[in-house]
Design a protein around this ligand. Structure first.
Ligand code: A2P
Length: 282
């Protein structure tokens, strides 16, 4: 498995298994068990997904030594502000049944971001989390908050797929030495992406599935990729990305699919209130 070195010196497996919107009715447990059995060692959850307990149970039952795993979770905006965030981090650890997290992120760039970040820094200093980062920060939101942080985030996890290649943000993060981690790397399973003629043509030539071409493209672009599936065949094929390489010419063609438009805009007015109302963690 390819890994990246974060700006704090820790390493992160380039490919992880995501569980956004996977129900906590046994489905998350089964998906994570399947992923771990297939060979994934990086699992990405969040307090707001309300499935940390199932992720934790799957990890425990897998029998895989803790040090061989990379586990990420995220603090929800309901728990922002220093005091609440200190409790929120411990709540994630308790639900997951873990002593520490490899990476903990501020899930959204709203409300008392700076207080919440100080709590993440404290948790890192106490050994509760190894690395800390953010999610859904645009360059503008980054400039609004990050200059006031004592520690620069290691990771910014954002929407990224061939139709939304985040050129401005990527150039910005590269200058800052921050890894971009891709959520919805398959565009949320969007048919227009998975059946796009260019992707199909490349897939045929490499004798791969369209999803593998997309995920491989993202890895070659230097992103960490968090792919979600509950389908055993997809879970296995989404991991089979490390025995082929896309040519420079194919990479260039795939770069041409960018529409510079995502499914979500973190700067959209009312987004914070919408998210706070939609996802409740307690
Ligand atoms: P499924 O669970 O049936 O595999 P994203 O990570 O971009 O949000 O996309 C997730 C969606 O993509 C899920 O609906 C998932 O459905 C689908 N998906 C995951 N892997 C594949 C694949 N290899 N081929 C087609 N669809 C996939």
């Amino acid at each position: 498995m390819k890994t990246y070195i974060l700006n704090d010196g820790n390493s992160i497996p380039a490919l992880g298994c995501g569980v956004f919107e996977v129900p906590a009715d046994g489905t998350t447990y089964r998906a994570v068990r399947m992923a771990l059995d297939a060979g994934y060692r990086h699992i990405d959850t969040a307090a707001a997904y309300n499935n940390e307990a199932e992720v934790g149970r799957a990890i425990k039952d897998s029998g895989i030594p803790r040090e061989d795993l990379f586990v990420t979770s995220k603090l929800w905006i309901q728990d922002y502000g220093y005091e609440k965030a200190c409790l929120g981090i411990r709540a994630s650890l308790a639900k997951l049944g873990l002593d520490y997290l490899d990476l903990y992120l501020l899930h959204q760039p709203y409300y008392d971001v700076q207080g919440a970040w100080r709590a993440l820094e404290k948790a890192r200093d106490e050994g509760l989390v190894r690395s800390i980062g953010v999610s859904n920060f645009t360059p503008r939101l980054w400039q609004e908050h990050i200059p006031y942080f004592a520690t620069k985030p290691c990771v910014n996890q954002v929407e990224f797929h061939p139709f939304f290649q985040q050129r401005e943000l990527r150039a910005f993060l590269e200058r800052e030495g921050v890894l971009l981690a891709a959520w919805s790397p398959l565009g949320h399973g969007m048919k227009e992406l998975l059946t796009h003629p260019l992707i199909r043509e490349i897939a045929t030539r490499y004798q791969r599935e369209p999803a593998q071409i997309i995920l491989r493209f993202e890895l070659q672009e230097g992103c960490a990729v968090l792919v979600k599936s509950t389908n055993p065949a997809h879970i296995a094929s989404n991991l089979a990305l490390f025995d082929f390489e896309l040519s420079d010419e194919d990479m260039k063609a795939l770069r041409g699919l960018d529409t510079n438009r995502g499914m979500r805009d973190p700067e959209e007015p009312g987004r914070a209130e919408y998210l706070l109302a939609k996802y409740r963690v307690h």
